[in-house]
Write a protein that binds this ligand. Structure first.
Ligand SMILES: Nc1ncnc2c1ncn2[C@@H]1O[C@H](COP(=O)(O)OP(=O)(O)O)[C@@H](O)[C@H]1O
Ligand SMILES: [Mg+2]
Length: 507
């Protein structure tokens, strides 16, 4: 049948519809459609199967490989790929795993090595730090601009920098003003490369301290460029003081020697030149004076020798002994002189005295000086008394469990106190403070009595060696009492040595 096609009243054509009456043609067409659909479906199934196979055998291992490589890159050397693959891909995965285990072994070895090196570095660092921190000298490190990088505790103490911020500060801003000129200039020269090292001495502060300051440039060995400056500070104050004391002592000794030598020479010369012109009386007077001056010279030389022996660091033996024999010998030595002068010499000693730890010769020297002085400065009709007693007489046993300091303990240590008192001229407070110094003699007694002014310096020196300090009370016109203390037999040697060190450091 035909269907006409019209639009807007216009005839466009016709559509012809009909059935093919040929059955063969109809069957062929149906078969063709079925085959086409089957082929289409089969192709899609094959494509999907291919994709799945591909995903299982290629994409998955490559992804795993990529993941593994990322982990290795991130330092996770324990990563392994566990895929049962064969062929070239399998070889690639095996290679990857082998590489990962090699890296892991290498890393473990490296870590061990680094740990050991680190430990060594830390030990060396700690050693250096403790060395710098405990050095008796001051040490500082400055950067190439002269700013502080490091300053050890000694340098901080020397300049009283304990509470200041130091790191990063220019050294010249921190130094005391009196050092600025010298140190600033030297530092500038080292920083500018004009000098590789500078060694200067300067003084500052009050009381004056003398420092030796050594500045050394620190350079990079390869480029020779300045990296910083090390500064070492040596406190020379003690040496300077000792040197001054030594020079003072030598000039004093020379001066003291000159006077008797001059006197001897004058009298001997007069006797020699004018022997016939002077009377017998004058001759014997001149000879007596020369003789007395020779005695004075001998005393002086002996005292100087005693003092230098005591200060030479010679070790003296202190051993257990009775005090009484030393007292008796001293009394024997002076009894005659005392009775000649009309001075009474008494000895008041407790009947049972404990034994002491002492050196007999040194003890005798101390007693000899003190009793000699007492007799020298006590007028006729006076009294000299030697006493010895236990001090403190009752000694509480120190409780070691409490936090008692050594000072507390030693101050309670029983000792034997020896006193020499006289009813002599006495002395004022200024003299009392000075008489233990070398060559010091109180003004009012110098011209009338013989002496070297070294006796009490010797006494003090001897007592220092025993960890004790001689003391006195005196009143002009009334009298003087000197006393000192001796450790008892069996006193702790270490404690005594410590005391002696402390006493010597304090004086
Ligand atoms: N017992 C004393 N009484 C008064 N003054 C004393 C006494 N002992 C010492 N002095 C004073 O101390 C000074 C120093 O004594 P010392 O060192 O023994 O020297 P020296 O006896 O040679 O003068 C004496 O010169 C004296 O002025
Ligand atoms: Mg004397």
């Amino acid at each position: 049948m035909f269907v006409p096609l019209t639009a807007n009243g216009q005839n466009l054509g016709a559509v012809a519809l009909g059935l093919n009456p040929n059955e063969v043609v109809l069957n062929t067409t149906a078969l063709t459609r079925k085959v086409t659909i089957t082929v289409f479906i089969a192709i899609w199934v094959l494509v999907i199967l291919g994709a799945v196979f591909n995903a299982l055998t290629i994409t998955h291992p490559i992804k795993a490989l990529l993941h593994g490589v990322r982990k290795i890159t991130a330092g996770q050397f324990s990563t392994r790929i566990a895929l049962p693959m064969g062929g070239e891909l399998g070889e690639l995965l095996d290679g990857f795993n082998a590489m990962a285990s090699q890296l892991e072994v290498y890393k473990a070895a490296n870590i061990e090595e680094m740990k050991a090196a680190n430990k060594e570095l830390k030990v060396a660092q700690a050693q250096q730090q403790s060395l710098i921190a405990t050095m008796a000298d001051g040490a500082m490190l400055l950067d190439a601009r002269g700013c502080v990088v490091l300053a050890n505790p000694t340098s901080q103490r020397l300049f009283r920098w304990e509470a200041r911020k130091l790191v990063g500060e220019p050294l010249v801003n921190l130094l005391p003003e009196s050092l600025l000129m010298d140190v600033g200039e030297a530092l500038q020269q080292v920083l500018a490369g004009e000098h590789a090292t500078r060694d200067i001495r300067c003084s500052f502060g009050s009381p004056t301290r003398t420092l030796r300051i050594v500045l050394v440039a620190v350079t990079d060995p390869s480029s020779n460029a300045l990296k910083g400056v090390t500064v070492t500070l040596q406190d020379l104050s003690r040496e300077v003081e000792l040197n001054a004391a030594k020079s003072h002592f030598i000039s004093n000794v020379s001066h003291e020697l000159r006077t008797p030598l001059f006197n001897i020479k004058t009298y001997v010369e007069t006797l020699h030149d004018l022997w016939t012109q002077i009377s017998d009386e004058e001759r014997s007077e001149f000879l007596a004076t020369a003789n007395a001056e020779t005695d004075r010279l001998t005393r002086l030389v002996n005292d100087v020798l005693d003092l230098s022996r005591l200060e030479s660091g010679q070790e003296f033996r202190f051993e257990p002994m009775e005090l009484r024999p030393a007292l008796e010998q001293t009394l024997r030595n002076y009894r005659l002189n005392a009775s000649d002068k009309g001075v009474r010499l008494l000895c008041e000693v407790e009947p049972t005295l404990p034994r002491v730890q002492a050196n007999f010769d040194l003890l005798l020297q101390v007693l000899d000086n003190l009793v000699g002085n007492a007799l020298k400065f006590t007028p006729s009709g006076g009294l000299i008394c030697l006493r010895a007693y236990l001090w403190p007489d009752s000694c509480p046993v120190p409780d070691v469990s409490t936090s008692a300091t050594i000072n507390d303990l030693t101050s309670r240590m029983p000792r034997l106190r020896v006193e020499v008192s006289d009813t002599g001229c006495g002395m004022n407070e200024l003299d009392q403070a000075r008489i233990f110094g070398r060559f010091y003699r109180a003004e009012n007694t110098v011209h009338t009595e013989q002496g070297t002014g070294l006796g009490l310096a010797i006494v003090r020196n001897i007592m220092e060696k025993q960890g004790s300090v001689p003391k006195l009370v005196s009143k002009p016109g009334v009298g003087t009492t000197f006393w000192f203390e001796l450790p008892l037999e069996g006193s702790d040697d270490d404690e005594l040595a410590l005391l002696a060190e402390r006493v010597q450091a304090d004086t």
